[in-house]
Design a protein around this ligand. Structure first.
Ligand SMILES: *[C@@H]1O[C@H](CO)[C@@H](O)[C@H](O)[C@H]1NC(C)=O
Ligand SMILES: *[C@@H]1O[C@H](CO)[C@@H](O)[C@H](O)[C@H]1NC(C)=O
Ligand SMILES: *[C@@H]1O[C@H](CO)[C@@H](O)[C@H](O)[C@H]1NC(C)=O
Ligand SMILES: *[C@@H]1O[C@H](CO)[C@@H](O)[C@H](O)[C@H]1NC(C)=O
Ligand SMILES: *[C@@H]1O[C@H](CO)[C@@H](O)[C@H](O)[C@H]1NC(C)=O
Ligand SMILES: *[C@@H]1O[C@H](CO)[C@@H](O)[C@H](O)[C@H]1NC(C)=O
Ligand SMILES: *[C@@H]1O[C@H](CO)[C@@H](O)[C@H](O)[C@H]1NC(C)=O
Length: 617
């Protein structure tokens, strides 16, 4: 076995190339927090081993995207077809051949047990545990999650790939990433039924219709408040040619009766409508889990957009072992990212068979963002996939998180010596994925200052600390450097160099109101919030801009970040300069004139943003 060699590694190293023949790449980690080693895996059991292959041309992804998304580019708006995306990034024949040779010739695996995924981005190998252990120099175990009792197979002590093989492989599943499946956290601070209880600093409470009548937009944010704040009242011209989707994960649902209750009061033309359900991986809208997130999302998107605009609900199942929730969503949209054709019992059910939206709102997060062998390769591949889908003209909008500069969700805390320690209150700042992915438009949360009106500047939400900061995994794209350098030079707090990563992708990009939002949920009106609300509000703005561009014979806006930071857009925001996003026992970052890591460039001034996008080809 490989133990002696593995034991010399530092835990922080993702890949170590050991010199001298036979050279090999070795991967290892410790048993993740919350999990324990339960028992050895049965050597006779067959299990699906998957090799995610290195894609062609991936290093050119950002350049390809800038070619169509940089307002200064002559090819602005010329989106790619899904077929061109698949062809461009498909792993090379050399990669596939090298892998087949290694598996079949060097390791004696029958060719019938080695299958290439439909669009050639992965090899699925049907082997016994004993065979996998032999091929990978690994020791497979069953791990059990303490709280839920969920079991997963993995090999935390590591595995070895010869160097001539490792250069063709992004990720081997399942190995060291065994606990990652079924992780999706809502960015709704006020999630759960509201009883007058405190959670994450937010009082969740119902509100009577009498109270609603007399509440200003500082106390209860209605659709009308949002229209006034952002001058956002758009009559669609091309609704039947435009699409917007909201992703919901796990057993989250919205009750039609709650939507009716909300629409009767705030959007009468929508009464009787429900979102169009798109089931992904057997996801449903049955009342089982929680409803606050979907109620918030659909009240906002359907309430803000004219009733003629259909709204899709991607209900992502998250029921399968060893599938990441975000992968289930991305796989359903892009066949080049998913399953094995014709083999049941593994891979994804939905493979590139779901309608592509023009804009998708995601109020969930899937992973902390810091460098770790269990995290970096996984979120890098997922972010690249978001970039590939963006090439076709889709805009990904996501909440920036509700935990300030620390990480919320399952493993909550700050970084100690570069590692997230659950519950650790201090240490270095942690990013959050997908907001940290440069191909996502991340939205932070604002509020109307108590006592003020919609005509006054908003502040960063104080009900919870709005997520923001710097990625440890994704480099800072060139298009945001001017604004970020300005912030770092003039306004950044004087933290030690290891507290946050000044060279990382900075987020959020923009902001929108996140508290206290009026929703109907569980048969009553109530106040909820989170960057969960900010994302669907901003996604509705993008959907309206797409409508206007489609009506003008132009393309959808797709990846908008380079445009958002460009000079022609500088006036299109309401700058937010009051507030901060504390965490890790610091005051986090302070808002500042221009871009800041709390509220990004600011909230949208819809007419100005629309005009700026309509001025582009
Ligand atoms: C894997 O191979 C075994 C033995 O040939 C077979 O029984 C099993 O059905 C295969 N599994 C899959 C998913 O193909
Ligand atoms: C929706 O758009 C239609 C067509 O432009 C318009 O007549 C109608 O007033 C709009 N409805 C709302 C609620 O804004
Ligand atoms: C998904 O649904 C299909 C058809 O309804 C069913 O056959 C299959 O077992 C389901 N899969 C899972 C993983 O629940
Ligand atoms: C962090 O690393 C330093 C230097 O290696 C070590 O002294 C310290 O104990 C570590 N702290 C924790 C909490 O692991
Ligand atoms: C971090 O918090 C822990 C536990 O509250 C405390 O023991 C430690 O001294 C703190 N470290 C710093 C650097 O503040
Ligand atoms: C800081 O971010 C860069 C990406 O811009 C990354 O390469 C580097 O490893 C990060 N540093 C740490 C300590 O995570
Ligand atoms: C800034 O926020 C604080 C705290 O909410 C508030 O008291 C103050 O009035 C705000 N200042 C401005 C100029 O809005």
């Amino acid at each position: 076995m490989i133990l002696p060699r593995v034991s010399i590694l530092l835990a922080a190293l993702v890949t170590l190339v050991v010199s001298g023949p036979p050279s090999a790449a070795i991967y290892q980690r410790s048993v993740p927090q919350g999990w324990s080693l339960h028992r050895r895996a049965d050597p006779e059991t067959f299990f699906p081993l998957k090799f995610s292959l290195v894609q062609s041309n991936l290093h050119k992804l950002e350049a390809y995207l800038l070619e169509i998304a940089d307002p200064a580019s002559p090819n602005y708006g010329r989106h790619w077809s899904p077929a061109k995306v698949a062809d461009t990034f498909r792993p090379s024949t050399a990669t596939v051949d090298a892998m087949r040779t290694w598996l079949a010739v060097d390791n004696g695996i029958g060719l019938a047990n080695i299958q290439l995924s439909r669009n050639g981005d992965a090899l699925h190998v049907n082997v016994t545990v004993a065979e996998a252990e032999r091929i990978l120099g690994a020791e497979y175990n069953i791990y059990r999650h303490g709280e839920t009792g969920i079991e997963r197979v993995g090999c935390h002590k590591g595995y070895v790939l010869p160097e001539h093989v490792s250069k063709h492989v992004d990720i081997v599943w399942p190995t060291v990433h065994f606990e990652r499946s079924a992780v999706a956290w809502r960015d709704t601070s006020a999630s759960g039924r509201w009883h007058a209880e405190r959670e994450s600093g937010v009082v969740k409470r119902p509100i009577t219709e009498g109270e609603l009548e007399v509440s200003g937009c500082d106390q209860a944010v209605t659709i009308a408040c949002l229209r006034d704040l952002y001058h956002f009242d758009y009559q669609p011209l091309a609704a039947n040619r435009n699409t917007i989707a909201v992703a919901e994960f796990g057993a989250e649902f919205v009750l039609p009766s709650d939507l009716t209750m909300f629409f009767q009061k705030y959007a009468p033309a929508r009464v009787g409508q429900i979102p169009t359900l798109i089931s992904i991986e057997n996801g449903t809208n049955t009342p089982q889990g929680d409803s606050v997130e979907p109620s918030l999302d659909f009240d906002l998107v359907m309430g803000l957009l004219n009733a003629t605009q259909e709204v899709l609900q991607y209900a992502v199942g998250t029921t399968q072992d060893n599938q990441e929730p975000i992968d289930e969503l991305l796989g359903a949209l892009d066949a080049s990212f998913c399953a094995l054709e014709g083999v049941s019992g593994e891979g994804l059910i939905d493979c590139g068979d779901k309608p592509l939206p023009n804009v998708i709102s995601i109020s969930y997060h899937f992973s902390p963002d810091y460098n770790d062998p269990n995290i970096t390769p996984v979120i890098s591949r997922q972010c690249a996939e978001i970039g590939k889908l963006s090439l076709t003209g889709i805009t990904f909008v996501a909440s920036s998180g509700d935990s300030g500069v620390s990480y919320g969700g399952g493993l909550g805390g700050c970084l100690v010596n570069g590692t997230l320690v659950d519950g650790n209150p201090n240490g270095s700042f942690v990013g959050q994925f997908p907001a940290s992915c440069p191909y996502v438009t991340a939205v932070g949360a604002t509020s109307v200052v108590p006592g003020n009106s919609v005509n006054d500047p908003e502040e960063a939400t104080t009900a919870f600390p709005s997520g923001g900061g710097f990625s440890n995994v994704f480099a800072q794209p060139r298009f945001q450097r001017t604004q970020i350098s300005n912030y770092l030079a003039k306004f950044a707090p004087d933290y030690a160099p290891d507290i946050f990563n000044r060279s990382g992708r900075a987020y959020p990009d923009v902001a929108a109101n996140g508290f206290p939002i009026v929703i109907a949920d569980g048969g009553e009106f109530g106040l909820a919030g989170g960057t969960s609300a900010s994302a669907p509000i901003f996604a509705s703005v993008v959907a309206s801009i797409n409508d206007a561009r489609i009506a003008a014979g132009k393309g959808t806006v797709g990846w908008i970040n380079p445009a958002l930071y460009s000079r022609a857009f500088a006036h299109a925001y309401n700058d937010v300069t009051n507030g901060s996003n504390p965490g890790c026992q610091t005051s986090g970052f302070l808002t500042a004139p221009g871009w800041d890591p709390v509220t990004g460039l600011g909230t949208p001034n819809f007419p100005l943003l629309l005009a700026a996008f309509l001025a582009l080809p």
